[in-house]
Design a protein around this ligand. Structure first.
Ligand code: GLU
Length: 415
């Protein structure tokens, strides 16, 4: 795997866009770097009685369009540059979906898989304590991301509310329903992605009923994507992987049963009547739709020419390296770029904020309808821009998003 700094990816993508838009060099310089970042040490009493000091970050990339928004990742290989890149993508994502929000991201270097529930709770509360003056419902609103859960959001909201001395449901999204979470937030990333895949299939004249699908990654996004692709559209899920390996069956898998197997055993591996498949092999399968829903940087210049899928729906953040984009585009692969395809999560997070402010909650059906009304026009604005300028879908998504951020910066008189 190419080991490139993810923030360099994000900057390179922005540089491409600046060239397409002939962006003023002052504005380009402002957009290339985050506006603010916080680096914190997080001392946590571990179960063995000793204190372990974790390292954490919160990066606010651009807040021209409103308070910043973005998840918190708990990952052993977290770096500040990864968080910067993801904060930049959140900025473009919120602008593309026309949400009145800027972009941010948080991260802690830790391995939640090796920590007890008590240790995780203490780490979450410590994170909230250390960032409390930096975040807030009108400043910066975190959410779940890789290896963070609604329960963790609840602990952070609780800690923040205690410090603030009042109920502050709106400080964080992706909370449990009992604490101001939104109906439909759980599967929102996958559902939003599938709405864009539905539109892409229409564009390509592809019948989704029986279309073959491979899903890399079986966490929140990947598992709901497989389940909904089958239940909403009748797709055939032929391959699924997770961090430990993968499974393949030409006749199709039952994604809900695979999810149960993973819940019991910790992995999709070993699901009955399947042949093993690796995380590299799954990308090169001859399927109609490929959904990378795991980590960044998996489609690179080394394997891009071997991708046979007609549609690649990027549910993960940053799965495709910049040089791979050109190869996919030349080969006619219809790519739905990450900050469009996976924007359903933050869109329903925004709905959650709105409901928290109103103290009035919508039912799941309303959330689905409103999500579709956000995702579908966003997809078409990218598609039209791609056709108009003769550029790939990622470049087109950048053009739409960057123009909106620049407009807000101009209207504020920043540039
Ligand atoms: N972590 C998700 C993302 O990358 C959701 C962020 C949010 O809900 O604020 O879009």
């Amino acid at each position: 795997m190419d080991k490139l700094n993810l923030f360099e990816y994000a900057q390179k993508q922005l540089d491409d866009c600046a060239e397409i838009l002939k962006l003023d060099s002052d504005i380009h310089a402002v957009l290339r770097v985050p506006v603010r970042e916080l680096h914190i040490s997080l001392p946590v009493r571990m179960d063995d009685g000793k204190i372990k000091v974790f390292e954490g970050f919160r990066v606010q990339y651009n807040d021209a369009r409103g308070p910043t928004k973005g998840g918190i990742r708990f990952h052993p290989e977290e770096t500040v540059d990864t968080v910067r890149a993801l904060a930049a993508w959140m900025t473009w994502k919120c602008a593309l979906l026309n949400l009145p929000l800027g972009g941010a991201k948080g991260g802690v270097i830790c391995n939640p898989k090796e920590m007890s529930k008590g240790e995780l709770e203490r780490l979450c509360r410590e994170y909230a304590t250390r960032v409390w003056h930096f975040v807030g419902p009108e400043r910066d609103i975190p959410a779940p991301d890789v290896y963070t859960t609604p329960q963790m959001m609840a602990w952070m909201m609780d800690e923040y509310s205690k410090i603030a001395g009042r109920h502050q449901f709106g400080v964080i999204t992706g909370k449990p329903i009992s604490l101001g979470g939104s109906a439909g937030r759980g599967d929102a990333t996958a559902r939003g992605g599938l709405y864009t895949i539905r539109e892409a299939a229409k564009e390509l004249g592809m019948d989704l009923k029986g279309a073959t699908v491979a899903v890399q990654g079986y966490g929140n996004a990947g598992s709901f994507a497989a389940i909904l692709a089958r239940s909403l559209f009748g797709c055939k899920i032929v391959a699924i992987t997770d961090s430990r390996g993968g499974i393949y069956n030409d006749y199709g898998l039952d994604p809900e049963a695979v999810f149960e197997h993973k819940t019991k055993t910790g992995s999709v591996v070993g699901y009955p009547n399947t042949t093993p498949i690796s995380n590299e092999e799954i990308l090169e399968l001859d399927v109609d739709i490929l959904i990378p829903a795991a980590m960044e940087n998996v489609i690179t210049k080394n394997n891009a020419s071997k991708i046979k899928a007609k549609i690649v729906g990027e549910l993960a953040n940053g799965p495709t390296a910049p040089e791979a984009d050109d190869i996919l585009y030349k080969n006619g692969v219809h790519l739905i770029p990450d900050f469009l395809c996976n924007a359903g999560g933050v869109t329903v997070s925004y709905f959650e904020m709105v409901q928290n402010f109103y103290m009035y909650y919508w039912d799941e059906e309303q959330v689905h309808i409103r999500l579709d009304k956000k995702m579908t026009p966003a997809y078409h604005s990218v598609l039209e821009t791609s056709k108009k300028y003769g550029i790939n879908m990622r470049q087109a998504a950048y053009v739409v998003a960057v123009e909106r951020v620049v407009e807000a910066m101009r209207d504020r008189g920043w540039v």
